[in-house]
Design a protein. Structure first.
Length: 457
């Protein structure tokens, strides 16, 4: 109520204390996770500034190193920062605070409805029916020594950022209060009256190291939140809220973060079945694009749900009764997709068709239209990433996506069941029964700054 519905950031003090990730020193990272491949970005964020990538291009033209190589070459001297995806092997050692469970997997705010929006059916159900398991879209890993600093920007999703070592300062500005006064870099991607349909992320060309209050005079009167984050703390960041973050010390900083849809709602009925007495490992949350530590580093690729819908529409237009290898090849080879250019594309497409067909009633014929939903979304992530027509990030050129297989998913489910069993053995009652959600919570917020004051700005 206070932070999601009230649109306020939150500081969860010590939320990661007691988890193994709090012991991730350089030595531990090298020894246990040095094999993990990571995507690299500049430490001092330079959106729209190609010169920010000079050090990075020198260290790794592909913008990719494994953790061990990164720690060897970085040592605080280069403008190079791990801004990557957290692999499953590391996610088992990070906690998911139980207070962040109970995002419904049955109901969701329908962004296609007119603001202030109505409820709709959740489009990403859990494979095992855990309607209390908040659906995570992306897990991120951050590693650096020396100084790091972001620009003022917003993300389209709710964010949770957990600092595992180091110290950071965060500053937040509510865009619903000041969107007309903010000189957006991309030009009004933020839609104050329909924010679930923000066109994309946006930022403010503002140098936090040297703010010119003559040029940026409107900043003088803007209200803001400021939070200091210490090792073990997690910060909840409301979707579309402008934020800027900087590291306050020169030592090692490691952080894990994750995103979930702004359409997500609290579901008290589902919460009555949730394991709330202990925090779950972050790895058991069925993140849409999981990462094994090798292959495509899945950040920003085509949503598998939309990929499947595109397949279905194409099959119906062609009047195809089953998904053929030739039609799949067409869909995977558009524009700049990985599978449009790699030398072994025919072999990879054939193997992918065989994988998808294994979920059909008759694998020899392939998937019928009605059978497309039988394939788990975690499997559809593979063709969605490798066939993304926008092409790969520099770090992923020629790579394959390795999805969460059945063995790993079984391990995840076993961990959930063990925790539910411990809760039952301890005599902890599940939550009281509650009615289904019947109305959408606030996702549009009126400006909290009086119109007269905005005119003064």
């Amino acid at each position: 109520k206070k932070h999601m519905d009230g649109y306020r950031p939150a500081l969860l003090k010590g939320a990661q204390q007691g988890w193994p990730c709090m012991g991730w020193t350089k030595e531990v990272l090298r020894e246990r996770f040095g094999w993990v491949d990571a995507k690299l970005e500049p430490k001092v964020e330079g959106r729209g500034n190609s010169t920010a990538y000079r050090d990075l291009d020198e260290v790794s033209p592909k913008h990719r190193l494994n953790v061990s190589e990164y720690l060897r070459v970085e040592e605080g001297m280069k403008n190079v920062y791990v801004v990557s995806i957290l692999p499953q092997a590391m996610a088992w050692e990070v906690g998911h605070p139980s207070v962040l469970l109970c995002g419904s997997r049955k109901h969701i705010v329908d962004r296609r409805s007119d603001p202030p929006y109505k409820l709709g059916a959740h489009e990403y159900p859990h494979e095992k029916g855990h309607n209390w398991m908040t659906h995570i879209f992306e897990l991120n890993l951050w590693i650096a020594t020396g100084r790091t600093r972001s620009q003022f920007h917003y993300d389209k999703e709710w964010n949770v950022n957990c600092l595992l070592s180091g110290r950071k300062r965060w500053v937040f500005i509510n865009p619903f209060d000041y969107d007309e006064d903010i000189p957006w870099a991309r030009g009004q991607n933020f839609k104050r009256d329909d924010p679930l349909n923000n066109r994309w992320t946006d930022w403010w060309y503002l140098n936090p190291d040297s703010v010119d209050l003559i040029v940026q005079n409107k900043l003088r009167s803007m209200d803001y939140y400021e939070l200091i984050q210490e090792a073990g703390d997690c910060i909840f960041i409301p979707y579309a809220m402008l934020h800027q973050v900087e590291k306050l010390d020169e030592g090692l900083q490691v952080a894990a973060s994750w995103m979930f849809l702004p359409e997500t709602i609290y579901d008290e009925k589902a919460c009555s079945q949730a394991p709330l007495t202990e925090d779950l490992p972050l790895a058991v949350m069925d993140t849409l694009f999981m990462y094994t530590g090798k292959g495509i580093i899945p950040q920003g690729y085509n949503d598998p749900l939309y990929f499947v819908r595109g397949l279905e529409e194409g099959m119906r237009k062609r009047r195809l009764r089953h998904l053929t290898e030739s039609f799949l090849a067409e869909e995977l080879s558009k524009d700049d997709a990985i599978l449009a250019t790699v030398p072994d594309r025919k072999r990879r497409i054939k193997a992918m068709h065989r994988l998808l067909s294994s979920y059909a009633e008759d694998p020899a014929k392939g998937l019928a239209v009605r059978e497309l939903s039988r394939v788990p979304l975690r499997v559809w992530c593979k063709p969605a990433a490798e066939g993304d027509p926008e092409g790969p990030l520099p770090c992923d050129v020629g790579e394959e996506y390795h999805f969460c297989d059945d063995d790993e998913f079984r391990r995840m489910e076993e961990a959930v069941q063990r925790q539910l069993a411990r809760q039952a053995e301890a005599g902890a009652a599940l939550g009281r029964e509650a009615p289904e959600p019947s109305a959408a919570p606030p996702r549009v917020w009126a400006p909290r700054v009086a119109a007269s004051r905005r005119q003064e700005l």
